[in-house]
Design a binder for this molecule. Structure first.
Ligand SMILES: Nc1ncnc2c1ncn2[C@@H]1O[C@H](COP(=O)(O)OP(=O)(O)OP(=O)(O)O)[C@@H](O)[C@H]1O
Length: 260
């Protein structure tokens, strides 16, 4: 099987801090892949470098065999991205946003209109299609962002925390859309902190901690003989040494006698 994404010794520094410290991320084509790790592990920075949003200080990244920084046009034609803190054109309606994105991608007008209508329906946004994006809720913004990322039928889809702020019914819908998408051979890579979700959806997992990949492979291999992916995650990244330790003794303590 070929790789949808492969990075080699990817590095990013912010001043003195090394956010990504030589990452070799591999995601086979057709995977539903999860990128997990504690806060500040370097997931967003890694995804930003792979999608061409942030220039690496070292190493390389390839998508579908194309070098992200040498062949940016080839790469951008093949990827869809739902970044963290996505900025949208607030003064367009949801429908206009999709039509605009489709035209930017060079898709013929009639095709864009048909795809936009279908995506709005699947995302349960038909009723809000003519509402301005500025008036969308957090979950609606995620859904219209995902619709925009899917419109040109990318072969690899990158999603940063796609389910954050999305209600369970909509999350179910998104899951179905993404499952259908990977079943046809396309690849999804998403970052998440919700281990149950990753365990339920993904067949491939990469675990990051402090700028490094600490485990990577098919879900069953990463989980090993632990009862859950969550347990494996806690062991791999090292549970905080402070949990249950000294400190915070004042928290929750109440004076036994009322003060006079
Ligand atoms: N623009 C920036 N300037 C300075 N430091 C940054 C910048 N972006 C990220 N960092 C630092 O790099 C490290 C990795 O951040 P990153 O956002 O990639 O982590 P993450 O794994 O996505 O975290 P989270 O799960 O909390 O979103 C963090 O220590 C963060 O403070």
């Amino acid at each position: 099987m070929s790789d949808a994404v492969r990075t080699h010794a990817l590095v990013k520094r912010f001043g003195q801090q090394i956010a990504v410290a030589g990452v070799d991320l591999v995601v086979p084509a057709g995977s539903f892949a999860g990128l997990v790790g504690p806060n500040g592990a370097g997931k967003t920075t890694t995804l930003s470098m792979i999608t061409g949003l942030l220039r690496p200080d070292g190493g390389s990244a390839e998508v579908d065999g194309f070098h992200v920084w040498r062949d940016p046009v080839e790469v951008k034609a093949r990827i869809g991205v739902l970044p963290e803190g996505l900025r949208l054109f607030e003064r367009l309606s949801g429908r206009e946003l999709l039509l605009y994105n489709g035209r930017l991608r060079g898709i013929p007008k009639a095709d864009v209109e048909q795809r936009a209508a279908e995506l709005l329906a699947v995302m349960d946004l038909t009723g809000a299609a003519d509402k301005l994006v500025v008036d969308y809720s957090t979950g609606m913004r995620k859904k219209i962002g995902l619709a925009a990322a899917l419109l040109h039928n990318p072969s690899v889809l990158f999603l940063d925390e796609p389910f954050e702020g999305v209600d369970p019914v909509s999350a179910d819908t998104l899951t179905e859309v993404l499952r259908r998408y990977t079943a046809s051979g396309s690849t999804v890579i998403f970052s998440s902190h919700v281990m149950d979700l990753v365990e339920r959806l993904c067949d491939w997992v990469s675990v990051m901690s402090a700028g490094h990949i600490v485990a990577q492979g098919p879900l069953a291999d990463v989980r090993g003989d632990r009862p859950s992916l969550n347990q494996a995650f806690l062991e791999l990244v090292g549970r905080s040494a402070h949990t249950g330790g000294p400190g915070l003794s004042w928290l929750g303590a109440r004076p036994s006698e009322p003060r006079p």
